[in-house]
Write a protein that binds this ligand. Sequence first.
Ligand code: LR7
Ligand code: MN
Length: 572
Amino acid sequence: DIIEDANHVFQPQQAPVQPQELNDVADEPLDNAEERRPPLAIRRDHKQGPWALPQNKLDEGQGVIALPGDVNAPGENGKGVIVPTNLTGDAKRRLDIGWQNNAFNQYASDMISLHRSLPDMRDPGCKTQKFRRDLPQTSVIICFHNEAWSVLMRTVHSVIDRSPKNLLKEIILVDDFSDMKHLKEQLEDYTRKLGIVKIVRASKREGLIRARLLGAKFATAPVLTYLDSHCECSTGWLEPLLDRIAEADTNVVCPVIDVISDSTFEYPHRRAGYTVNVGGFDWNLQFSWHSLPQRDKDARKQSWSAVPSPTMAGGLFSISKAYFEKLGLYDSGFDIWGAENLELSFKVWMCGGRLEIVPCSHVGHVFRKRSPYKWLKGVNVLKKNSVRLAKVWMDEYAQYYFDRIGPDLGDYGDISERVELRRSLNCKSFDWYVKNIYPDLFIPGDAAASGEVRNSGFERKWCLDSAATVHATVSVYPCHGQGGNQYWLFSKTGEIRRDELCLDYSGGDVVLYSCHGSKGNQYWRYDPMTKQLRHGSSEKCLAINEYKTGVTMETCGPTSRQQWNFVNYNAS
Ligand code: LR7
Ligand code: MN
């Protein structure tokens, strides 16, 4: 149930002030968009220093703006800002509060121009690309909850500065019930001067997903483009996305997401051998990145052509508004955050569309290590959303997720409307999706064994145990029968897996490492007679150590410390 207050929809008063007139999208890539910055009411020449503005200036809606062509201003060309470690007093306090409020270094961002220049991450071939002349217009929708001023404004300016005027209908800022002062009148005053920004305010905390639905409701362009509130769009980002939707309005497209550093705001440079990744997921229903499968590489016309992706990361994409509506938008029963990206991914593929990553479109995003904002108390939001997703869309495959999270599904609400939606759209099965769109997905039902891996030594009390994080050292712990860190899958191809991570040995500790599928250090052979786990490339055997403090790799021999017992081992 979306609640909004239409009085709070803030309309621009002035004609849009826009970078440039663009009549012929086909012939001129927007390489020099940097020079076409819109004038701002308040300019701050960085040469007046200090780089970081005092808090009261920021509160007045100012931001650092480097002079055009000043390549040495902080952050220009995507450079990172290294904040001195010896800050004291007010500066130190602001540095700490910046991290605390945002889970990124706001202090560094405040030193960087709101219009900074960025390196070009695109394949050089992208600059020769010709676009259709009848590209549809887009509404860019940015949802935020208590975003830092400089970060939000740099997102907005990067959209205005680097989008062709004729393609950008409006920017809709959806305020998900923020309480930070700078997001009130100050935001309205500042964006009024930009002329192209509408503000929609939720009248209670809706969460990202219902905030996005609210944005869609007020959008007037035929294509919706969603961004997180801490992004930077780079040169030429928009046209290749819209071009794919002009080709077919059932194409749903994502830019390549460049990682902006959470501590320095560095924007990456293109490296030799750079390749595009596509989205997948694991049986904990977590999104994950994968390299592009060879068959999809072979199918491309150009090295920079759009490629199919089984899933999307979630935050950054363009979709035809009509198609999004036809697909039933998002499940509005989803709270705050999470699972909506897989919902949209599954149903796009299962209901006649196509999900793609467009290598010529690059948008930066600040990844952070924790959520800075408040979540609902006493509800496992992500689990609730994921159970709804699994129940509605995953058919018999839902059970693999339920095995992973244990028997209590919790209260996931009423899903009958979503089930009816799927039926009325006449969508294909999840089995079809897995087999045709994501054939590389590891299917737990195909494993030779699943569950705990119990050692025969020391009274058979000890089980293989590890946190599900990359580089984690694999160890032993008293068997507890609760799954979780003792839940393993032994694949028929000789991997010992937890989701997308595999037991890996390269001479040091036995660790968890992303499964690569090429055997080598992740190849284990099990002999059901001797119960030994022999490592492929070293020919050593996995053993619990004599002190029961971990595992070691030893020359194979007759000791119960090298004997392991799988649940339901089935070699065939
Ligand atoms: O209650 C909230 N209300 C909001 O409006 C919570 C968040 N938000 C806003 C927030 O300000 C931000 O703009 O929602 C956006 C996403 O929240 P983040 O940035 O805290 O989370 P994230 O970057 O980890 O989010 C990723 O996963 C989410 C799962 O629901 C969404 O799909 C996000 O859009 C997604 N972000 C991306 O895909 C960018 C690339 C990250 C990756 C992989
Ligand atoms: Mn984000």
